[in-house]
Design a protein around this ligand. Structure first.
Ligand code: MN
Length: 251
């Protein structure tokens, strides 16, 4: 049986990024697209639990493709259930980087995470826009190189990939978590009512070895992620400091 590749995104099913990803993916196996009917960027890992979801066949070139009135994670949940035996979920290619702190908000990464929650491998792919549409033809050989590297190797369960506009190679990078400014910028609507914009500019310097550093140096950043958010160092420290009675109870 051929490899079953489910392609999702958070920019919506009509994004040029999802066509570019599906086109690169089809040389590795059977491709099916299941994606949101409208843009769901920055929706994070939200799932829809209080209203029914609808899935509709939608022609995208000659792909077997479907649109869902839900979040990126909903699309993966429905897609994995409906197809059955999905080997890997690819999410993207997002129009905009998902580096460092952006991973927390990203619907693109959430779609890949949702796959992992369901026991299916997940890969998220993103590239910046910078005014014009990304040059997907230029990116294609690197997308293929990434898939060629990740698909056969089962040790890669969840990987976040960011492609600079003109890549020169691949680089395994850590997440540049850090902080962002989080400025709330006031504005006004035509009726004189207050509006606000939230700014998410990173505040720390770019550290060597991080995803941000890699793309700045023209390298495709590959960052393995995990679902376990436990701070294992803090846990070990707290456990050592816990009163003896507590340690006894935990035995
Ligand atoms: Mn997006």
């Amino acid at each position: 049986m051929d490899v079953r590749i489910l392609v999702a995104n958070d920019d919506g099913i009509y994004s040029p990024g999802i066509r570019a990803l599906a086109s690169a993916a089809r040389r590795f196996g059977d491709v099916r697209i299941v994606a949101p009917d409208v843009e769901q960027s920055s929706m994070g890992h939200a799932i829809t639990h209080a209203r029914p979801l609808r899935i509709k066949r939608t022609p995208i070139e000659d792909f077997d493709s479907y649109r869902v009135n839900g979040t990126p994670a909903d699309c993966v949940a429905l897609g994995v259930d409906a197809w059955g035996g999905v080997d890997i979920v690819l999410s993207g290619i997002n129009l905009g980087y998902n580096l460092g702190n952006a991973i927390w908000h990203s619907g693109t990464v959430a779609a890949a995470k949702q796959a992992t929650l369901l026991g299916v491998r997940g890969v998220a792919l993103s590239t910046p826009t910078g005014g014009a549409e990304p040059d997907f033809a230029r990116l294609e050989p690197f997308v293929i190189e990434v898939l060629d590297l990740l698909l056969p190797d089962m040790s890669h369960q969840l990987v976040n990939v960011n492609l600079p506009p003109k890549p020169t190679g691949l680089f395994w990078a850590r997440q540049s978590v850090q902080h962002y400014d989080g400025r709330v910028v006031p504005d006004e609507d035509p009726m004189g009512h207050k509006l606000f914009w939230i700014s998410v500019r990173a505040v720390e310097e770019v550290e060597e070895g991080t995803d941000r550093w890699a793309v700045r140096n023209g390298l495709v950043a590959l960052t393995p992620l995990r679902l376990d958010l436990t701070d294992h160092e803090a846990l070990a420290r707290a456990s050592r400091q816990a009163p003896a009675a507590e340690r006894e109870a935990a035995r």
